[in-house]
Ligand binder design. Structure first.
Ligand SMILES: Cc1ncc(COP(=O)(O)O)c(C=O)c1O
Length: 421
């Protein structure tokens, strides 16, 4: 392990060399040798990569296109304007803001605009799939709003509609925040929206995980179902540069834009804009077939793992309607043990709570689940046969206790080109 003193003794050239070597090692390992199954990641195409590094990354453009606070932006204005049009078109939305730098800053901006200090919102609890930014530990805590959990039906692996309506009557929240990080089935937006609107409740849908599936028209259509605002990251099932987006048809969109800038962000890292435009084009052309294959792959992987003896969650419901597969691995040492062991075998996924779990020190350290996402390996061209192969590799490693590292590396070497672009 290199210490700070070692770094100080090294020349600048040596330090840069070390960083280059580590970056190359990372690239080779994760891109060429690993089966990447983290549900919140993806890879960008070479067209996106090539346009990502440009002079735009050196510039400032506070404000909106054609209404800036700086000079030198005649082309950047046109790029941002065009990218917004592509996003409005793909997501069928009247308004879009591409400036948030991440899903969390998108949530901060939308919640900041639509609530006041002391208001109550409903969101999913962390064990039931919610993201930390929805809670008192994240954005909600920061801006002083109270997060109450949607009642959850474990049998249906989803938000409980009747109990939610009852809780709305009792608590009269300002916002319902749908969407989740563990997200197997579409949330009941349609079933709750009309009822919620009689109480003048705003509906935000956090699509971070499922944006690519929504773009591909293979998940729910939250805007049609009654959500006013969608917040999202742009780099999970949607294969764009790491960033954030807000879009919707809300008449409060102006308010959100004034929170994005200047309250949350000043400059919005302009080099991401052309890269986002390319990713939007790719998803406009290939989104439906990509989303289709992601979900087919998730279902195939879940079924194959089930048949090989794994305790895959939600069997009765067909396991999944998204990119995710959730497996209870408490009989195999728990999520942490399993995820760490698989990392040593070049299979990368993460430990996760399973809905219904209680949070305590031990379950946080080693929850009983793992969460698997098929979106990245689908983008690298894997289909049903490869999902069956991955299920077999998982069994060989976790149940038969065999070493599979070389087999995984050899398998992955056949899938080095990004597809659907
Ligand atoms: C549902 C959900 N919302 C928001 C985020 C935060 O996104 P970001 O990492 O882009 O801030 C995540 C991250 O995984 C997420 O799962």
């Amino acid at each position: 392990m290199q210490t700070e003193t070692d770094t100080q003794i090294k020349s600048a050239k040596e330090v840069i060399n070390d960083i280059e070597t580590l970056t190359e090692k990372h690239n080779k390992w994760r891109k060429e040798e690993c089966i990447n199954l983290i549900a919140s990641e993806n890879v960008t195409s070479s067209a996106v990569d090539n346009i990502y590094i440009s002079d735009l990354g050196h510039r400032y453009a506070e404000g909106k296109p054609f209404q800036r606070h700086y000079q030198g932006l005649q082309y950047i204005d046109q790029i941002e304007d065009l990218t917004q049009k592509l996003a409005r078109n793909l997501f069928n939305a009247k308004h879009v803001d591409l400036r948030p730098l991440s899903g969390t800053t998108a949530n901060l901006s939308a919640l900041g605009a639509l609530t006041n200090y002391g208001d109550t919102i409903f969101s999913s609890s962390i064990p039931n799939g919610g993201h930390v930014s929805h809670t008192r530990h994240g954005v909600s805590g920061l801006i002083g709003i109270k997060d109450l959990s949607f009642p959850f039906n474990i049998e249906e692996m989803n938000i409980d509609i009747d109990k939610t309506k009852k809780k709305i009557e009792e608590k009269q929240p300002k916002v319902l925040l749908f969407g989740a990080s563990l997200f197997l089935f579409p949330h009941p937006v349609k079933e709750i929206a009309e009822f919620a609107k009689t109480y003048d409740i705003k509906i935000i849908y956090d699509a971070a995980h499922v944006l690519g599936l929504i773009a591909g028209k293979r998940f729910q259509d939250p805007l049609k179902e009654g959500a006013e605002i969608i917040t999202s990251s742009t780099h999970k099932t949607f294969p764009g540069p790491q960033s954030g987006i807000i879009f919707g048809n809300s008449d409060k969109f102006d308010k959100i834009e004034t929170v994005v800038f200047p309250q949350v962000i000043c400059n919005h890292h302009l080099h991401k804009l052309p890269a986002m435009a390319v990713a939007l084009e790719e998803m406009t052309t290939h989104g439906q077939s990509y989303a289709n294959q992601i979900i087919t792959n998730a279902k195939t992987l879940a079924q194959s793992m089930h048949e090989l003896g794994f305790n895959v969650v939600a069997e009765k419901l067909g396991f999944t309607e998204s990119h995710q597969v959730v497996v209870d691995v408490s009989n195999l040492g728990g999520g942490k043990t399993v995820a760490e062991h698989l990392e040593s075998q070049n299979i990368i996924l993460n430990k996760n709570f399973i809905p219904g779990d209680k949070i305590n020190t031990e379950t946080m350290r080693n929850p009983r689940g793992i969460r698997i996402g098929t979106q990245e390996m689908t983008r690298m061209g894997m289909k049903e046969d490869e999902m069956q192969e991955i299920a077999k590799l998982l069994k060989k490693s976790l149940i038969d206790k065999k070493d599979i590292k070389q087999e995984v590396t050899d398998f992955k070497k056949e899938f080095l080109d990004v597809k659907y672009c």
